[in-house]
Write a protein of this length. Structure first.
Length: 80
């Protein structure tokens, strides 16, 4: 089947093919990005942590507090 007139030029057919492929890729990527954003609003599963059931000694609590204070941002916004 031949196309009439200017549409029979292979360059025009290639252009329409590239436009179709790029439109399909654009729609696919947009739908995937939307699905990712929708999935991000789902609350995460609760993860069990050992400190929930194991009581810390006062020395362990003090050490933990020192580590956390070093990891908190300083006034300049950098870690200490």
């Amino acid at each position: 089947m031949t196309l009439p007139g200017q549409f029979s030029d292979p360059r025009v057919i290639t252009l329409f093919g590239l436009l179709a492929v790029s439109a399909a890729a654009w729609v696919t990527l947009g739908l995937r990005a939307r699905a990712r954003r929708d999935r991000a609003n789902i609350p995460l599963e609760r993860v069990w942590h050992p400190q929930e059931t194991v009581a810390l000694t006062p020395a362990e609590e003090r050490t933990f507090g020192q580590v956390v204070s070093r990891l908190s941002p300083s006034a300049a916004g950098r870690l200490r």
